[in-house]
Design a protein around this ligand. Structure first.
Ligand code: FPP
Ligand code: MG
Length: 344
């Protein structure tokens, strides 16, 4: 993974403009040497490619001879897209810290952070085109659309907040229909797919397409990435309640402070409906965030969120079980376990 950062920095994004070069390589061992992140996405792509290769050597052998290089490039492209989205996300969220270090926009300003994110996307597009595989280009481009869609869904909960409360009902004391809470949970899970799981799903799918494997393997690869991505985001949303800036490299309770209701508070609201008006006003009243945390902890909502994450991690593991046993398949299982057991 260290080599991956070095290759990205030297071969994929290096540019003769010193400022753009410095900003773009911020998370690739440039200005900032210790903030490369977990590299889960490229790790997933490389391990899955090897596991599929062992499973179906003949199909692989009939594929392009430079497939190792192409798969590696795909892993680098996925990390470029991910990093671009983080540059932009930290501007949108006004975040000061990521990976235990000041965010790009804190160091270089909003304009450079946005432009450097655009530059990473542009470079990802060029190297994607050079893979000379239209299906892979389509799958990887879909990720970018989904990232934007997920981020907009997070900003603008239009489908929920515009749902009128019947005038005959006193919303502070009324019974909240279960279907409305379910609707919030469905919306939240869809948003999680777009903002997190699509990148993993479509990257894994692209790895299978590049290897020239049959449709059922492409589908299994997609399902592995999708379910692991959903599990990853659910754990992320739990860590926002449980973690510390020391353990995560970013401040906790960022979601509630940003007015976001994630799985723990959504599930807690099923048993403590007092949370619903707090969610509707985006935890804006003084004391709302502290009260919400207290109430979530009164319930088993964090545990239930983790259980949901484990279910998705299990589904991810089930998707790769048809592959022949190998050290790479074992490593993917290990990766799935570490996604749910992680503290950062
Ligand atoms: C982190 O979420 C953010 C994302 C997973 C996606 C962000 C997507 C965009 C900004 C859309 C633009 C996309 C591109 C490709 C430029 P989070 O804020 O919940 O997590 P965090 O705590 O790590 O910030
Ligand atoms: Mg953010």
């Amino acid at each position: 993974m260290d080599t991956l950062s070095n290759t990205i920095r030297s071969d994929l994004i290096s540019i003769d403009h010193p400022v753009l070069n410095q900003v773009a390589s911020y998370f690739f061992g440039g200005a900032n040497t210790s903030s490369g992140g977990k590299k889960i996405r490229p790790m997933m792509i490389l391990l899955l490619s090897k596991a599929m290769q062992i499973h179906d050597a003949p199909a692989y052998d009939q594929g392009r001879p430079d497939i190792h290089a192409a798969t590696r490039r795909l892993a680098e492209i996925s990390e470029l897209i991910h990093t671009a989205s983080l540059f932009h996300d930290d501007v949108i969220d006004g975040a000061d810290t990521r990976r235990g270090t000041p965010t790009v926009h804190k160091v270089f300003g909003n304009k450079m952070a946005i432009l450097a994110g655009d530059y990473l996307l542009a470079r990802a597009s060029i190297f994607l085109a050079r893979l000379r595989n239209v299906e892979v280009v389509e799958s990887m481009s879909t990720i970018i659309e989904h990232l934007v869609r997920g981020e907009v869904m997070q900003l603008n909960k239009a489908t929920l907040t515009t749902t009128p409360t019947p005038s005959t009902v006193d919303s502070s004391t009324s019974f909240t229909p279960v279907h409305h809470l379910e609707q919030r949970m469905v919306y939240y899970l869809r948003k999680n797919f777009y903002k997190t799981a699509s990148l993993m799903a479509n990257s894994c799918k692209s790895a299978a397409i590049l290897g020239g494997y049959p449709d059922d393997m492409i589908h299994s690869a997609y399902c592995f990435g999708k379910h692991l991505g959903i599990a990853f985001q659910l754990v992320d949303d739990v860590l926002d309640y449980e973690g510390t800036v020391g353990s995560m490299g970013k401040p906790p309770l960022a979601d509630l402070n940003a007015g976001l209701a994630t799985a723990p508070v959504l599930l807690a609201s099923h048993v403590l409906p007092e949370l619903i008006p707090m969610m509707d006003r985006k935890f804006r009243l003084e004391g709302d965030v502290d009260r919400a945390v207290y109430m979530v902890r009164q319930t088993n909502a964090i545990q239930r969120t983790m259980e949901l994450a484990v279910i998705h991690a299990q589904k991810a593991m089930d998707s790769i079980m048809p592959l022949k046993p190998s050290v790479y398949r074992d490593s993917l299982v290990h990766l799935a376990h570490s996604v749910v057991n992680r503290s950062r």
